[in-house]
Design a protein around this ligand. Sequence first.
Ligand SMILES: Nc1nc2c(ncn2[C@@H]2O[C@H](COP(=O)(O)OP(=O)(O)OP(=O)(O)O)[C@@H](O)[C@H]2O)c(=O)[nH]1
Ligand SMILES: [Mg+2]
Length: 313
Amino acid sequence: MTIIEGVLRGNVRDIARLITIVENELPEATAAMQSIFSHTGTAYTIGFTGPPGAGKSTLVDKITLQLCRQGKKIGIVAIDPSSPFSGGALLGDRIRMRDIITEQEVFIRSVSTRGSMGGLSRAAGDIAKILDAAGKDVVIIETVGVGQDEVDIFKTADTSVLVLMPGAGDDIQSIKAGIMEIADIFVVNKADREGADGLITSIRQMLDLNTAPGPWRPPIIKTSATQNEGIEELLKAVQEHREFLTISGSLAARRKERLRTEIIRLVERRVSRLVQSQIKQNGRFEKLVEKVAAREEDPYSCVERIVKPLEQK
Ligand SMILES: Nc1nc2c(ncn2[C@@H]2O[C@H](COP(=O)(O)OP(=O)(O)OP(=O)(O)O)[C@@H](O)[C@H]2O)c(=O)[nH]1
Ligand SMILES: [Mg+2]
């Protein structure tokens, strides 16, 4: 049986093997992604992001447990977890969950920046596709932080959940506007701690400031993940968002937009490699650089010389 067949049957070892192939951009990666693509598009993707230690993994645990109770198969991708999953919240819960959950139902994979060569968001997207093709009903992507990488990864999710906590992350000004804008659901976790209501008020005020609000107003859900409080509400909010996207037609539109972006990125990557190899191949490049450095030629003319022949091909 080939790896692909194994993946399509949900075989845990084959899923892990294919992820490694794709992560390391091994030669067979493209062909593998090509053959699984027609089997993707059924999983629902939920993204969780937020500052370190906000309680993302704990929330993912609880949600996974609930979804498993509903008979759902779950795939989890953790990007650059600041605390490794081994010994972290998830593993602890998995031990507790062992009675009802086997690896067949929940597949967990951590990805580190170091391990992925072609960009973190591409790796995350590919792994999500593999889990989708493997028959997972829900794919959860957890990322730490609120930078551009996270925004990109966030965009690969159907529903994006931004997890905040009172205290450290109290000042929502410190969180990049970009990520606030694309959050579909806000979670104020660690509600057992002081300051949760204040944080909710500031998020609400920020949402009110939006002069051109869309048809979906992101709800703010108060949770206390370790106490198992607010989990039902969070799942309900995800479900409502999913229904909103489906009924309004935005789900299909979002997914199409994502594919558009993906295709453009793949083209850019391919073209960039082509250009790089051409530049190096014809050996004239170094001489051109010398000329530009000597002010005998300007960089723009240099670019013309390099690109013109490619354009004529
Ligand atoms: N008091 C309190 N502690 C919580 C709550 N949720 C999570 N924690 C604790 O906060 C710590 C961090 O939780 P994680 O779930 O690992 O947080 P995370 O956001 O996944 O962290 P990173 O992946 O490392 O960024 C753990 O010690 C949790 O037990 C909560 O609702 N209340
Ligand atoms: Mg975590």
